[in-house]
Design a protein around this ligand. Structure first.
Ligand SMILES: O=c1ccn([C@@H]2O[C@H](COP(=O)(O)OP(=O)(O)O[C@H]3O[C@H](CO)[C@@H](O)[C@H](O)[C@H]3O)[C@@H](O)[C@H]2O)c(=O)[nH]1
Ligand SMILES: [Mn+2]
Length: 622
């Protein structure tokens, strides 16, 4: 088969290239310094179905198919030097406002730039949860992240199966999965910072600003109310003073809030539906877009629109964290909303991930730093509201705390080497208490592993990759995140991040060329040190035993076993350092040499090898 060479570009409806916004940059029109841009690429569809043309042998017969497509709009918010754009969270908030004015869909699907729709029916599955009975209490439906272009052995656990197929599924049984930034279907009103409708009959969603919103419950009996109508009746009761403070002073935006709230409710087709939507509310013909509407949409994506509003504070995506997703979802759960995890048979969405060691470590570093930030912020789950369910609180606490485990991990990685050097075990004697503890912990860990694998259906190999990467990330990125986080909290030193590199993938001979890209980062120093210390310790232990007058082989075996266990976890890391086909980068040799020399010198300084007599090590390995 002939392979097509397709240039990397986005095609427009009229089959021309999308020129790219900043291809020709000019003063005040360049990346980071430009006006708001809104481009309607596909007009809103007509109200009546529109069938396609008959096929002519070459093309498909579309005469029976409704070929209307939804409105498609390109939006880029205004950016000016000197304004904080709040990165992705700021971008999302601008999109939420522009879309409120232009289409005001009650549900919003959020995908990253490196993800795409793989299953066209996934959206419907998500909507089903939202529209079902009790669906009005769901703030979002999260789909798992699935990836393409990852090396078959998934060396750096990019698929994250333990997280997506164990943790997230488990959370689904609590208050719901955390929001992971992409592949997530939101309820617009949940993003607006409203509270979920209560189970009892007291005022619910939006009651602070829109006291009459509980009314739709009664609207169910009056079939022909259209939302336009509802909207007009309300003016008198709105707490007008509060609204601009929260959402900014676009009246079109504010009017749209109520409509979105009503349209997002389940159909009132059953007495048990408390906050039902009147039938027909969604089929009301839509007003065509006019210039003043677009002008207003442009207005709400300007730099200053959010000044003195609650966007990013309690409305929309929350600012101030490098993992804005976790915080945004947390705030919703904190208000009492619940979320749903939706795993479709065919992947709903797919994306790309950084497959080389350096980029992967930087990605994990960013996530972990976000977690540390959360831990030291008011978003710490310990300070959560009473609406946060107990187990959910623990889950969110875990999200904030996990990077701190790196401190213990580091200790565990050096202990085996230390015991080889000193010829002492971590305990003086193997007494019963110690063995009972050891047995209990080992059994718990095994049970955990078995359950994780059994419940999620992942392969043992995948599970092992996750274990390995947990240690690799734990000793490098997590540690750095803890240090950075502490720096930020104590000294106020800010952390800056770059986008996660996207696969270059230009190598025609090798699909996974990216895997072998090597860029030195100081994150690699701690794992490298651990590898060296353990290797030297094993060599030292072997030599000492071989030249000893009374060799204790079992003793040695015990020590080597634990050291080897650490090294086995770090194997993918070492492979990453080796580069491609043994072309190890020089910098690795330089650092290895430095580390090896310092360890040796340090050891000689602390305990000269000549007097390596047994220093009271009464422990004998069985
Ligand atoms: O200034 C910015 C930076 C990022 N983005 C978007 O943010 C996404 C995530 O960035 P990426 O570099 O792909 O980061 P990842 O590490 O792959 O992202 C994961 O982790 C992030 C932080 O927790 C989440 O925001 C993402 O959704 C989640 O996929 C990108 O795709 C962009 O769409 C912006 O719009 N503006
Ligand atoms: Mn990404």
């Amino acid at each position: 088969m002939e392979t097509l060479k397709i240039p990397k570009a986005t095609w427009m409806a009229d089959s021309t290239h999308w020129p790219g916004t900043w291809t020709v940059s000019a003063p005040e029109h360049s990346r980071g310094d430009h006006a708001s841009i809104i481009q309607v690429m596909l007009d809103p569809p007509r109200d009546e179905p529109q069938n396609g043309t008959e096929g002519d042998g070459n093309s498909m017969d579309l005469s029976e198919v409704d070929i209307r497509l939804p409105m498609l709009v390109y939006v880029t918010r205004e950016k000016r030097p000197g304004y904080d754009h709040n990165k992705k969270a700021g971008a999302m908030n601008a999109l939420v406002r522009a879309s409120a004015i232009m289409s005001n869909g009650p549900f919003i699907l959020n995908l990253d730039c490196d993800h795409y729709i793989y299953n066209s029916k996934a959206l419907r599955e998500g909507i089903c949860f939202m529209m079902d009975r009790d669906g009005e209490r769901i703030c979002y439906v999260q789909f798992p992240q699935r990836f393409e272009g990852i090396d078959p052995s998934d060396r750096y656990a990019n698929h994250n199966t333990v997280f997506f197929d164990v943790n997230m599924r488990a959370l689904d049984g609590l208050q719901g999965p955390v929001y992971v930034g992409t592949g997530c279907l939101f309820r617009r009103t949940a993003l607006y910072g409203f509270e979920p409708p209560r189970l009892e009959d007291n005022p619910g969603c939006c009651s602070c600003c829109f006291p009459r919103l509980k009314k739709p419950a009664t609207v169910a009996s009056a079939p022909d109310v259209d939302p336009e109508d509802v909207q007009l009746r309300e003016g008198d009761e709105m707490n007008i003073a509060l609204i601009p403070k929260k959402f900014g002073n676009s009246s079109l935006l504010i009017e749209s809030v109520r409509v979105a709230a009503i349209q997002g409710q389940p159909l009132a087709d059953h007495p048990s539906v408390k906050y039902g939507r009147p039938p027909g509310a969604l089929t009301v013909p839509r007003e065509p877009l006019d210039a003043s509407t677009i002008a207003e949409a442009i207005n709400v994506i300007s730099c200053w629109y959010e000044d003195k509003t609650e966007w990013g504070q309690s409305v929309g995506w929350i600012y101030g964290s490098v993992t804005e997703d976790v915080v945004t979802g947390y705030r919703m759960h904190n208000r009492g909303w619940r979320s749903v995890y939706c795993v479709t048979k065919r992947d709903a969405f797919r994306g790309t991930a950084p497959i080389n060691l350096t980029d992967r470590l930087h990605q994990v570093l960013r996530w972990a730093t976000g977690s540390v930030e959360i831990f030291f912020s008011l978003n710490n789950a310990l300070l959560g509201s009473p609406r946060l369910k107990f187990l959910q609180r623990i889950a969110y606490l875990n999200v904030g705390i996990y990077p701190f485990t790196s401190i213990f991990l580091i200790v565990y990685c050096f202990l085996p080497a230390l015991s080889l050097f000193s010829n002492q075990f971590i305990v003086q004697t193997l007494n019963v208490t110690f063995l009972v503890y050891l047995l209990a912990i080992t059994l718990t860990l095994c049970a955990l592993a078995v359950l994780e694998i059994k419940w999620s259906g992942i392969e043992l190999e995948e599970w092992w990759r996750n274990e390995q990467f947990w240690l690799i990330g734990g000793t490098s990125a997590h540690l750095a995140a803890v240090l950075q986080g502490l720096l930020k909290v104590i000294a106020g030193i800010e952390i800056s991040f770059t986008l996660t590199s996207k696969s270059a993938g230009d190598d025609v001979d090798d699909d996974f060329a990216d895997l072998y890209i090597f860029k030195w980062t100081s994150l690699m120093i701690p794992p490298l040190t651990i590898i060296f210390v353990n290797l030297i310790a094993i060599a030292y232990g072997v030599l000492r035993t071989v030249y000893s007058t009374d060799p204790e082989w079992s003793h040695l075996l015990g020590g080597v076993f634990f050291s080897f266990w650490v090294l086995a976890h770090l194997y993918p890391f070492a492979k990453g350092l080796m580069g491609r086909r043994g072309k190890t980068p020089t910098i690795v040799y330089v650092w290895s040499g430095l580390i090896a020399i310092s360890i040796s010198l340090l050891w000689v300084a602390i305990s000269p090898p000549s007097q390596n007599s047994d220093i009271g090590g009464s422990f004998r390995f069985p």
